[in-house]
Design a protein around this ligand. Structure first.
Ligand code: BT5
Length: 257
């Protein structure tokens, strides 16, 4: 499959545009492989209705559409393919080693470099597309981030003291995305899970599982289950944490997104 890239100057959100395109496409026509990329997003979206700051021309804001080959209840596994793809592309292009935070953030030096928003769009009774939205901070200087993000966000330029070509980065991420989605579809989650675990520094650490800012329970992040849930041992009991409405903090206060 060749990715087909459609570029926009300004758009509300590349995920919204991808979903509009899927919904408007005639039955039977496939948008598999379409990538929507924008210089600027006016309503960049995070998870749970949160906002994603998408400065003009400084980051990489894009959404890739794929026809899913997994059952809907397994679809969240694609977000691990995306996180691993970003990490591998960062390493290949810039030499940086990033860390993956469950479920799908990419961090460097404890700050958020990239966020991923995966959405499902049904096409027919049996088929659905996934929209993999990726926001990567590339050439922002410190002042480019809002006050709220000053201590939480970072960019490739801040990490490496040089500017990066966003098109090259996009191509590299898309190559790795294709590779890791195919790995997942062909061999199941096991090999991808190993890659993800090798790049995550969360396992074995104390975490607080929270909903709407309130702690539900705390424990030790023990493993990543085969369905992508995080297994946390709390008071001797192993509990599965679903990504849907949960946020996670380490006891040291990192990962406080
Ligand atoms: C995410 O949500 O991390 C998913 C972000 C996905 C953005 C991409 S850009 C292309 C595509 N089109 C879209 O509209 N979205 C996708 P979440 O885990 O909810 O994190 C959101 C939180 O990250 C915010 O509440 C802020 O604290 C923080 N944040 C916002 N903008 C940021 C940025 N540019 N860099 C780092 N952190 C940011």
């Amino acid at each position: 499959m060749q990715w087909q890239i459609q570029s926009y100057e300004t758009i509300d959100s590349t995920n919204l545009e991808a979903k509009r395109k899927i919904q408007q496409s005639p039955l039977g026509a496939s948008l598999h492989g379409t990538v929507i990329v924008a210089e600027e997003q006016t309503q960049g979206k995070g998870r749970l209705g949160r906002q994603w700051d998408s400065n003009r021309a400084e980051g990489l804001w894009f959404s890739a559409i794929r026809l899913s080959l997994l059952r809907p209840e397994q679809a969240s596994l694609y977000s691990f393919a995306a996180a691993v793809a970003v990490a591998e592309a960062m390493n290949a292009q810039t030499g940086l080693s990033v860390q993956l935070k469950w479920p799908n953030d990419v961090l460097a030096e404890g700050k958020k470099l990239c966020g991923i928003l995966l959405e499902l769009v049904p096409r027919t009774k049996t088929e659905y597309d996934i929209v993999i939205g990726i926001g990567l901070n590339v050439n922002q200087k410190k002042q480019a981030f809002s006050d709220a993000l000053q201590d939480k966000a970072t960019s490739l330029a801040l990490l490496t003291a040089q500017e990066w070509d966003r098109t090259h980065l996009l191509m590299s991420i898309l190559d790795k995305l294709q590779e890791n989605c195919e790995l997942l579809e062909r061999e199941g989650f096991l090999p991808l899970r190993e890659k993800w675990k090798a790049m995550s520094n969360l396992l074995g650490r104390a975490v607080s599982v929270q909903q709407n800012g309130t702690e539900l329970y705390s424990g030790i992040a023990e493993d990543l289950a085969l369905d992508g849930t995080l297994l946390v041992r709390s008071n001797g009991e192993l509990r599965a944490v679903c990504a849907a409405d949960i946020s996670l903090r380490t006891k040291q206060g990192e990962y406080s997104f």
